[in-house]
Design a binder for this molecule. Structure first.
Ligand code: ATP
Length: 200
């Protein structure tokens, strides 16, 4: 059985930046957000089930999910949200596990922005949290996305708290300094994970 590291962190914390450093060390990275998008592509079983349940108004003419419409439905209806989660979460989990099984590197990493929120701890052998204060998240996300301060603040408030994320962490990368400062931190963890693998 291979070692599977779940990588998470709040918006703008530096998850993708850290993930890329592991990739450049040869580690296979699985992108949970991409899987979540892929399983609702036109014609996919989940897409068809959603259209059957909520009506074809949730589809665009080309068969793509109409996300604003779907978001509006689940935003105002907890039962609808629960139904959608019950449909999608097992499918996303299965797809994630088949990607994990195909991974070839000594260990693999899964980038899951909402790992804490979606209570996915049990899916991983270790949780790596990229952490920084909210002020830095705000600065980085604003300059990357060109979004307003309000928008980013609202997203930060909607995500798990820093404490909740750190509470489930096995490993933490403090991303409060320069990009260069991440390199030795990633190297140290990479070596730690390789050691764990060799001990299994
Ligand atoms: P999201 O969840 O929003 O996708 P993320 O956690 O993946 O965010 P990144 O995209 O890695 O975060 O980083 C956010 C932005 O901040 C990027 O533009 C990145 O280049 C920059 N950044 C990350 N870490 C640092 C750092 N230590 N110093 C300067 N800029 C950084």
């Amino acid at each position: 059985k291979k070692l599977v590291v779940g990588l998470t962190g709040g918006i703008g914390s530096g998850k993708s930046t850290v993930a890329n450093l592991f990739v450049s060390r040869g580690i296979d990275l699985i992108d949970a957000d991409k899987i979540a998008r892929d399983v609702v592509q036109p014609g996919m079983p989940a897409t068809n089930a959603i259209a059957e349940h909520f009506g074809t108004a949730v589809l665009e003419e080309n068969g793509q999910l109409n996300r604003p419409v779907l978001r509006q439905i689940v935003f105002s209806d907890d039962k609808a949200k629960a139904w959608l989660d019950a449909l999608l979460h097992p499918i996303i989990r299965q797809t994630m596990h088949s990607a994990i099984n195909k991974a070839k590197s000594a260990y693999c990493m899964v980038d899951v922005p909402l790992l804490t929120e979606n209570k996915m701890q049990s899916q991983f052998d270790r949780i790596l949290v990229v952490d920084c204060p909210a002020e830095l998240q705000l600065q980085r996300a604003m300059s990357r996305d060109g979004s307003s301060e309000d928008t980013i603040k609202r997203i930060i408030a909607s995500q798990a708290s820093r404490e909740a994320r750190l509470g489930i962490a096995d490993d933490i990368i403090e991303n409060t300094s320069t990009l260069d400062a991440l390199v030795p931190k990633v190297d140290a963890l990479h070596n730690k994970y390789l050691t764990l693998v060799s001990q299994e």
